[in-house]
Design a protein around this ligand. Sequence first.
Ligand SMILES: *[C@@H]1O[C@H](CO)[C@@H](O)[C@H](O)[C@H]1NC(C)=O
Ligand SMILES: *[C@@H]1O[C@H](CO)[C@@H](O)[C@H](O)[C@H]1NC(C)=O
Ligand SMILES: *[C@@H]1O[C@H](CO)[C@@H](O)[C@H](O)[C@H]1NC(C)=O
Ligand SMILES: *[C@@H]1O[C@H](CO)[C@@H](O)[C@H](O)[C@H]1NC(C)=O
Ligand SMILES: *[C@@H]1O[C@H](CO)[C@@H](O)[C@H](O)[C@H]1NC(C)=O
Ligand SMILES: *[C@@H]1O[C@H](CO)[C@@H](O)[C@H](O)[C@H]1NC(C)=O
Ligand SMILES: *[C@@H]1O[C@H](CO)[C@@H](O)[C@H](O)[C@H]1NC(C)=O
Length: 590
Amino acid sequence: MNYFSRQAMMLNNNYQSISLNISLLVFVFFWGLVMVEIVPQCVWRINVDIPEEANQNLSFGATERWWEQTDLTKLIISNNKLQSLTDDLRLLPALTFLDIHDNQLTSLPSAIRELENLQKLNVSHNKLKILPEEITYLRNLKGLYLQHNELTCIPEGFEQLSSLEDLDLSSNRLTTVPASFSSLSSLVRLNLSSNQLKSLPAEISRMKRLKHLDCNSNLLETIPSELAGMESLELLYLRRNKLHSLPQFPSCRLLKELHVGENQIEILGAEHLKHLNSILVLDLRDNKLKSVPDEITLLQSLERLDLSNNDISSLPYSLGNLHLKFLALEGNPLRTIRREILNKGTQEVLKYLRSKIRDDGPTQSDSVTETAMTLPSESRINVHAITTLKILDYSDKQTTRIPDEVFDAVKSNIITSINFSKNQLCEIPKRIVELKEMVSDVNLSFNKLSFISLELCMLQKLTFLDLRNNFLNSLPEQMESLIRLQMINLSFNRFKILPEVLYRIPTLETVLISNNQVGSVDPQKMKMMENLTTLDLQNNDLLHIPPELGNCVNLRTLLLDGNPFRVPRAAILMKGTAAILEYLRDRIPT
Ligand SMILES: *[C@@H]1O[C@H](CO)[C@@H](O)[C@H](O)[C@H]1NC(C)=O
Ligand SMILES: *[C@@H]1O[C@H](CO)[C@@H](O)[C@H](O)[C@H]1NC(C)=O
Ligand SMILES: *[C@@H]1O[C@H](CO)[C@@H](O)[C@H](O)[C@H]1NC(C)=O
Ligand SMILES: *[C@@H]1O[C@H](CO)[C@@H](O)[C@H](O)[C@H]1NC(C)=O
Ligand SMILES: *[C@@H]1O[C@H](CO)[C@@H](O)[C@H](O)[C@H]1NC(C)=O
Ligand SMILES: *[C@@H]1O[C@H](CO)[C@@H](O)[C@H](O)[C@H]1NC(C)=O
Ligand SMILES: *[C@@H]1O[C@H](CO)[C@@H](O)[C@H](O)[C@H]1NC(C)=O
């Protein structure tokens, strides 16, 4: 059994990795504990000296005498307080991996040039102000991680790091990158984010293998047009810069993600889109776009489109033909799409846009004349909602009576939802019964209802009922015939008890009756509600919680905060439903 990794030595203060390194435990644990400020001599000399422990003890078998077999190839001295490294580094010429991230190094020793075998060097999170020129001798270096330092420039000859594939220079103080940089022809990933770059050299386009380029959070005002020739580019981040126009990418046929959010881009034209054959993510948020061209439909692979916080007032309906998983439009002065539809999320918005294509032909965009129909007005009815969304919507009109023309507009359409919320209704409109065979969802919240009329009880498909913020203090027995009701929201009403009829609707899964004056619940009857999983009784007048409520084992969410009872105490309530139920069960008198 080998308890230690033969070629690695860790001197970090990460105890997990230390514990893997049992043979070095004495040694490493000690240094790990105190956070080394200098690297002990014996580390540098590990290839030269035979460690004392060998003589001291722990009988190592021949195979485990690692220091005799092989030179150290990995050295991890991260997360310490090292301020410098000495030229003794040259005593470890076999190193392939040197990890010194999270220290306080202000420079690297020039002996670094002798680590000819080094493939990965992690110096991130230090205080490097410059890099020694000697670093350019590391011809085998594949990964160089310099993020979060204080570098202001890149040394002469850096391009000689011809094996470099991965270079992270993010979060430094670079103001330019030299043109010669672009001779790093093996580079696959380049991170320049969070620097102070005002421009990129056109030569960067010579990095023919580059797949990921991150230039977020710089001061870029333009992008060299040559960037367009980067054939391998897959991810391009240009967020948080000062770009006024979008680059074009005629050769970037593999580009999958383009992030140009938080710039000052005003125009999105067909020419910007037509080559983005592979694009999956297009982030244009927080810019100054006024419109989106019809050609957006060319982006058939697009999955995420973020247009939020622009100046877009109209959208091409053809957008509805894209197979988007995510479409963000908030913060735009859109005239035609109602907030209500926007709030329903991507799929509903796309559905809406598609429905308009059918109405108006494939190429037509929305225009001012059509907005009249969708702008809320006293008398207009949202016919579109009826025909495509199956919603009879007459909400937020502050009306005391739903006009007949609202019901007339249904005609032969199927309606599954009714939304009469935010009006002044004292009574549920009788004509609701005309929809009794179809409607599953009724929203009567924010009205002035003090009773429920029998017409509502006839909606045999009713599944979700929102009655919050009314003046109700009872529910009629006839509600028992709502044999599909799963969820009822009675919050902010005037109930003094949990209405009896609810116990007899076994399909109920969610009962929300917070912010009433409920003084008692019947645990025996409640237990019969076999599918009840959520019961919200917050902010009521419960003086006593019956222990038998603990038998309602199907409850997953029981909310009792804001009631005047003394037990269970707050500490128990905070532990969640399972703990409350268990506590209650333990107190059931036997
Ligand atoms: C040290 O190792 C030797 C064998 O290599 C063994 O004989 C001796 O008992 C060990 N000493 C201690 C203190 O364990
Ligand atoms: C380099 O160190 C940073 C921490 O400063 C760490 O997040 C990163 O994963 C390391 N990179 C590699 C390739 O080891
Ligand atoms: C670039 O570096 C930043 C900061 O270190 C990091 O948040 C970002 O994920 C990196 N970009 C890529 C594409 O890995
Ligand atoms: C009903 O209308 C209100 C106000 O207009 C809105 O907030 C709500 O999302 C609408 N939808 C449903 C299904 O109640
Ligand atoms: C009912 O309408 C109100 C606002 O009028 C809204 O806040 C609520 O989310 C709607 N209920 C449902 C279940 O959609
Ligand atoms: C029920 O109504 C209350 C009060 O308006 C609200 O806070 C809560 O989110 C509603 N619950 C659901 C699931 O609609
Ligand atoms: C309870 O829920 C299950 C699963 O959804 C369902 O099959 C069953 O019919 C429900 N019981 C009642 C009484 O509604």
